[in-house]
Design a protein around this ligand. Structure first.
Ligand SMILES: [Fe+2]
Length: 327
């Protein structure tokens, strides 16, 4: 049993070693989703980085949209995604289409974009039978855990994401939400993404971003990137080998590099993922849970799971982060 901290409105926040702080609503008398005290909850998220609200009975995509309104979170459309998601009204999306048996490594949502969501909301409509635990990791803590020289290199050079969209699999039209090449090229020009159309109808993009940010509210440095998650070592080895044979390394659907274009060795990716493991906070999902995450400070991930898990997500309060642009 963790410590209990008094919070506004007589609710209680449970803090446990290695656990995501859980805000349990009083029972009976839980407020309707639309009456959530947004200001109080936002203050808790600002302090702790992430809060799991239990007892809300979140049961539909519309409930997540309603919670977002109560919390004062303005939803945004996803662009440059990596997997197909079902889009519901009000910028609510289904969870990413990632195989249930695979680990979803820690990442900050859309940290490769020029404008990033500062808040991520996740609603658990149906909890998995086993596994699939909610997991977050503090980017401030990552700065303490990672070797100094590793942080220095990333902080100096940033990181680069290189993508190749082929005619099959997840296409550029799906990622950019349009089949109009001009619109895609315009988007890339406005968002500091280098893009090249290939003769076979594909698209290759490269974008360099800062890997360490100063949090706009706390002013503290935070590890904020997807250099590890989107490294080519995350690809299925057989698929990777096959694609490399066909198209070369530049034809891989995604890979990451140091911001100066140098290769990131696999052992560096392992070091980053190990630090995420140490920094990680977890909490098994229950039906109706709502997780609110400061996406600039905290990474999130997901364990493999079994059962009919149904999650919805909303990313919002977009910010153009200072220094999150190529030099
Ligand atoms: Fe995510």
């Amino acid at each position: 049993m963790g410590a209990v901290e008094a919070v506004p409105d007589g609710w209680h926040l449970t803090l446990g070693e290695g656990r995501i702080p859980v805000l349990r609503l009083p029972d009976p008398g839980a407020p309707a989703i639309a009456d959530l005290p947004g200001e109080g909850i936002r203050a808790l998220v600002a302090r702790h980085g992430a809060i799991l609200i239990r007892g809300l009975g979140l049961a539909s995509p519309a409930d997540l949209a309603s919670a977002a309104r109560a919390l004062g979170v303005a939803g945004m459309a996803e662009c440059e995604g990596f997997t197909s998601r079902l889009a519901h009204p009000d910028h609510v999306y289904s969870a990413s289409d990632w195989p249930s048996e695979d680990q979803l490594c820690m990442h900050h949502e859309q940290s490769y974009a020029a404008v990033v969501p500062s808040i991520a909301l996740f609603g658990c409509l149906v909890a998995p039978e086993s596994g699939g635990t909610a997991a977050v990791a503090d980017g401030e803590r990552m700065m303490e855990l990672l070797p100094e020289e590793l942080v220095e290199r990333f902080e100096r050079d940033g990181w680069e994401l290189a993508r190749s969209y082929l005619e099959f699999g997840f296409t550029w039209a799906e990622a950019f939400g349009t089949e109009d090449r001009e619109l895609v090229s315009d988007y890339c020009a406005r968002n500091a993404v280098d893009c090249t159309w290939t003769e076979d109808g594909g698209l290759r993009t490269r974008q360099r971003r800062a890997a360490v940010l100063r949090h706009p509210v706390t002013g503290r440095r935070v590890w904020f990137n997807q250099a590890a998650f989107l490294h080519e070592s995350s690809l299925d080895p057989l698929i990777r080998e096959h694609l490399e044979e066909l198209y070369g390394v530049e034809g891989l659907p995604f890979r990451t590099l140091y911001g100066d274009g140098e290769t990131i060795p696999t052992d560096v990716v392992d070091t980053i993922n190990k630090a995420y493991g140490v920094a990680g906070l977890t909490e098994p999902w229950q039906d109706g849970d709502l997780l609110m995450v400061d996406n600039l400070r905290m990474a999130h991930g997901r364990d493999p799971y079994e059962g009919d898990r149904q999650m919805v997500a909303l990313f919002g309060d977009p910010v153009r982060v200072a220094g999150h642009q190529p030099r």
